[in-house]
Design a protein around this ligand. Structure first.
Ligand SMILES: NC(=O)c1ccc[n+]([C@@H]2O[C@H](COP(=O)([O-])OP(=O)(O)OC[C@H]3O[C@@H](n4cnc5c(N)ncnc54)[C@H](O)[C@@H]3O)[C@@H](O)[C@H]2O)c1
Length: 391
């Protein structure tokens, strides 16, 4: 086996960190040497499960002592900016893969980009579905003109715009060759006190995004997603045909196909699965970027465009008018609307749709037993939260 050329470390030993671990484990040239999490049980699980030797309570200590080349930031949204900036400023790190959504405001995203660029760190945001064979094939077909001139993308997602919406918007941008957004019009409803991973989110929203070349995205979140839609699936319509895009399947409709036809995915590409393999692919592309290759398809500057579209949708609802980009609001417009009394809660009671992931206070002994018996992390956490929290 060839020598490992890079070391990596995981900041946040939770569920998506496991997908990052699977990705790193699929590579010969990167070895995960360290992890950090304030919750001891979470650190212990990673050490036991993945044979990681070094574990720390804080990310600062991890970077200072373990000196990794690459850091995966896998904590909740509000921590993406402070952890990414701290890792970049610590010096010595070559690349960061930070989880989606990039941040919850443009000010945070810009702080991340600036800290990374000033310190020579390549920043990638984990919209890892850009590496799925279906999305890659769809991008090729659009480029080859299989549907003529792209005109419209229909996106239907759920469980918060920042949660699933970021994947679908980013994916549709990828398939269309990353066009430039020009204006956004949006409407937002928040009548319950809804959060996702500690971040306030809407009950539902809808947006129309206009891009260069007169392409438009219609986005609806938490309204209607029947018909097979989710974060990985969307419909692209063009002047000469249509594409139904999924991560592992693409269907084409044009004059030649005379109806819907499955598009053959390359055999090698078809072997790629969601999770570990896409994470491995995004690490490999980061390594090539670190070594002087082209910018990563998930580079921070590209992910900022996806974030700007989502923030502009909220800001349009806040201002009751079309938002022409660039967006000037630097905060999180949904939170601003809340503090301005524009989204009064009608059904009191804060709830978090990912609250079951909170690790502190769970019975770690029970957790270890569940995992040892083959229960996946999410399911184990749901069961433990259902059974009540300690402390
Ligand atoms: N790309 C994807 O497909 C995908 C899928 C799921 C989640 N995510 C994203 O990943 C992020 C994490 O979500 P999750 O589901 O893995 O959450 P999780 O709760 O399972 O894991 C987060 C971990 O971070 C730890 N943590 C908290 N504060 C920390 C700190 N200061 N330093 C280090 N670690 C800290 C927690 O203790 C926990 O173990 C979220 O932003 C989410 O949107 C992305």
């Amino acid at each position: 086996m060839p020598a490992k050329n890079y070391t990596a470390a995981i900041a946040g030993c939770g569920s998506i960190g496991e997908a990052h671990m699977e990705g790193y484990r699929g590579l010969d040239n990167v070895k995960v040497t360290a992890c950090a999490d304030p919750v001891k049980g979470a650190r212990d699980t990673y050490m036991r499960q993945y044979g990681i030797e070094l574990a720390y309570e804080t990310v600062d200590e991890m970077v200072r002592k373990a000196r990794p080349d690459i850091v995966s930031v896998c904590a909740w949204h509000k921590l993406h900016m402070p952890l990414t900036v701290a890792v970049a400023k610590a010096g010595g790190v070559k690349g960061i893969i930070c989880e989606k959504p990039m941040a919850t405001s443009l000010a945070e995203a810009d702080a991340m980009i600036e800290a990374c660029e000033k310190n020579g760190v390549k920043l990638v945001i984990s919209h890892q579905r850009r590496f799925t064979p279906g999305w890659e094939k769809a991008r090729d077909l659009v480029k080859q003109g299989a549907i003529g001139k792209p005109q419209n993308v229909e996106i239907r997602v759920a469980e918060g715009l920042l949660n699933w919406g970021t994947h679908a918007i980013d994916g549709a941008r990828f398939v269309l060759g990353d066009p430039n957004p020009v204006w956004v019009m949006g409407a937002v409803e928040r009548r319950t006190d809804r959060f996702e991973r500690d971040t306030p989110i809407e009950d539902s929203c809808i947006g129309l995004v206009h891009f260069d070349d007169n392409v438009q995205f219609q986005i609806q979140s938490d309204l209607y997603w029947e018909g097979g839609y989710d974060a990985g699936k969307f419909m692209v319509r063009g002047s000469e045909g249509m594409l139904w895009v999924e991560e592992m399947q693409v269907r084409l409709f044009n004059a030649e196909t005379r109806g819907w036809k499955d598009v053959q995915l390359d055999a090698a590409e078809g072997a790629k699965a969601i999770g570990g393999a896409t994470n491995a692919a995004q690490v490999q592309e980061l390594v090539r970027w670190i070594e002087g290759g082209p910018a990563h398809r998930g580079a921070g500057r590209s992910a900022r465009v996806t974030l700007e579209v989502m923030m502009a949708l909220y800001e349009s609802a806040r201002r009751h008018h079309v938002i022409r980009l660039p967006l000037t609001e630097r905060g999180y417009p949904l939170e601003l609307m809340m503090s301005e009394g524009k989204l009064p809660v009608e059904t009191p009671g804060r709830y978090d749709i990912r609250g079951f992931l909170k690790r502190d206070g769970i019975d770690e002994g029970e957790y270890a037993k569940l995992r040892a018996s083959g229960v996946a992390h999410h399911e184990a956490m749901r069961r433990l939260h259902g059974a009540g929290r300690k402390g």
